[in-house]
Design a protein around this ligand. Structure first.
Ligand code: ADP
Length: 491
């Protein structure tokens, strides 16, 4: 049959996770849950995405959902049972099934506090599997994301072992190992109703008194992935391993790293209607200044094209290297630099950035809020974007920045290291400015190198802007790699 072309066999995948843009998003996980399924559909996969039906999902989506069915499900160790509703929404070739239960998801935001979140995500993990069985849909692979869905492989190999779904293979992706879902064994045993034998030190048990949902998921999953090759190595060390480094070293044979991409439909400077002056690689140098000007006006900064504008778009937590930024921010104030912060999070950082804004009015603007539109305008209007993280599994902001012709200044860790090639003064090549050790002086040095380059070698800077816009940071490559793993799992 030489010369005859056989299409790749189709694979079906169920994504299970706690957030997904545009329904609900608090960070990069929401972007991935939106973009990767779409990219997989283009790679000959059938994809269903299973999500909680939070009350905060915008009404424009809730009103389009269609009732798919409902049933009662046993959950707790004492046999307490709960209502499970399934509401469906089909969009762009992807089927979204929302798990409904007002007791767990009928209030507030996706994450509140561990005491409330643990029972709701125990319920969600089991209900997602029960819903697949109810719909009679047995996928080739069940792809789970982060600790909120980590019990799925555990349930599948225990309580769902005798159901049709048991044929499916499981993949668990680590988007951020810092959050693991740890609570005392008694409580978890009650809420999950799982058999005693899973509470052993090779699975859920940790320190003899706690149960760790992520740890259990890593044990039972057929394959573990994380969102960059560097992070896959880092989490096997004590510094980055968040207490699970030995467990991950033990399971390293089934651990892989695949870098995230960004959705070119959602992030496209040429068609972005949130921008003052949309642009592409051919006219970025002419049009970016108009976006900078509009951003300065929107934020009440001095309107001056010659300023070096540095953006920071981030959750304000200690993961993101904000101690370093706080330590050096006054030293950046040289009359030629403006800092634009967008983020929410820990009060200490929110207050520090508010204080800097009041000290350096006209040069520093701190938007302590979550605002998608403003994020787009900062990516377009800033000259550089700061990502000095302590650890960063993949990081999306540096990818978006590059795609918008904004030069990243990053610490060489996790996905930042894998995606930003440091600028080399000899070859003139590279995508951004980097520093290695977690040190404020090194961050300052990297920013000063970027600044010097911007002010004294603009031609070379502009070349880097265009090179970054040209770099392929789409999902396509990553989707091909995920698909290859699904094939490997289901040979
Ligand atoms: P993480 O998932 O650790 O929060 P990522 O870099 O992977 O970090 O993803 C962050 C995503 O959230 C990006 O799409 C970024 O633009 C967005 N984002 C973060 N903070 C804000 C904010 N305050 N307003 C709007 N978007 C934000």
């Amino acid at each position: 049959m030489d010369g005859q072309w056989f299409p790749e066999p189709r694979r079906s995948v169920a994504f299970i996770g706690s957030e997904c843009y545009p329904f609900v998003k608090t960070g990069g996980l929401g972007d991935v849950m939106y973009a990767l399924p779409k990219a997989l559909v283009a790679q000959n996969c059938d994809v269903k995405v299973i999500l909680p039906k939070y009350r905060c999902i915008p009404w424009e989506y809730q009103e389009k959902m269609v009732y798919r069915g409902s049933f009662q499900m046993d959950l707790c160790a004492d046999g307490r049972s709960f209502f499970v509703g399934i509401m469906e929404y089909v969009w762009d070739g992807v089927v979204y099934d929302f798990i409904e239960n007002d007791e767990f998801f009928g209030y507030g935001n996706p994450y509140t506090n561990l005491i409330d979140d643990l029972p709701r995500f125990c319920f969600f993990s089991k209900a997602a599997l029960a819903a697949l069985n109810y719909m009679n849909w047995v996928p080739d692979v069940i792809h789970c994301h982060d600790w909120q869905a980590a019990l799925v492989p555990v349930y599948l190999r225990t309580m769902f072992d005798q159901t049709p779904l048991a044929h499916a293979k499981t993949m668990l992706t680590i988007h951020n190992l810092r959050f693991q879902g740890i609570y005392d064994v008694r409580t978890i045993r009650y809420w999950t109703g799982l058999p005693d034998y899973v509470f052993n030190k090779d699975a859920l048990l940790q320190n003899w008194v706690d149960a760790n949902l992520f740890k259990g998921g890593l044990t039972y999953a057929n394959m573990i992935t994380t969102v960059s090759g560097t992070y896959a190595g880092e989490i096997q060390t004590a510094y980055y391993g968040e207490g699970l480094d030995a467990h991950l070293r033990y399971h390293s044979g089934k651990l892989r790293g695949i870098i995230n991409g960004i959705d070119y439909g959602m992030w496209n400077p040429a068609t972005d209607n949130k921008l003052a002056a949309p642009y592409d690689i051919t006219n970025v140098l002419q049009r970016k200044p108009a976006n900078k000007h509009a951003l300065q006006e929107e934020l009440g900064l001095a309107q001056d094209d010659h300023m070096f504008v540095i953006g920071l778009i981030s959750r304000l937590t200690n993961q993101k290297g904000l101690d370093l930024v706080n330590a050096i921010l006054p030293e950046l104030m040289d009359g030629h630099t403006q800092i634009v912060v967008l983020g929410t999070g820990d009060a200490e950082y929110e207050n520090a950035f508010r204080t800097y804004e009041s000290w350096y009015r006209g040069s520093v603007c701190s938007s302590i809020m979550y605002d998608e539109g403003r994020a787009h305008r900062i990516y377009a209007g800033a000259d550089a974007l700061l990502v000095p993280s302590q650890f960063e599994p993949c990081g999306l902001t540096q990818l978006i920045a590059m795609h918008y012709g904004t030069i990243p200044i990053v610490r060489e860790t996790g996905g930042l290291k894998d995606t930003v090639e440091p600028f080399n003064t000899i070859t003139g090549w590279g995508n951004g400015f980097t520093f290695d050790h977690y040190d404020a002086g090194l961050l300052l040095d990297a920013i000063n190198r970027a600044k010097t380059h911007y002010f004294t070698n603009r031609w070379c800077w502009d070349e880097m802007v265009q090179r970054d816009m040209d770099k392929d940071v789409s999902w396509e490559n990553s989707a091909i790699q995920y698909r290859a793993l699904y094939m490997e799992l289901t040979q």
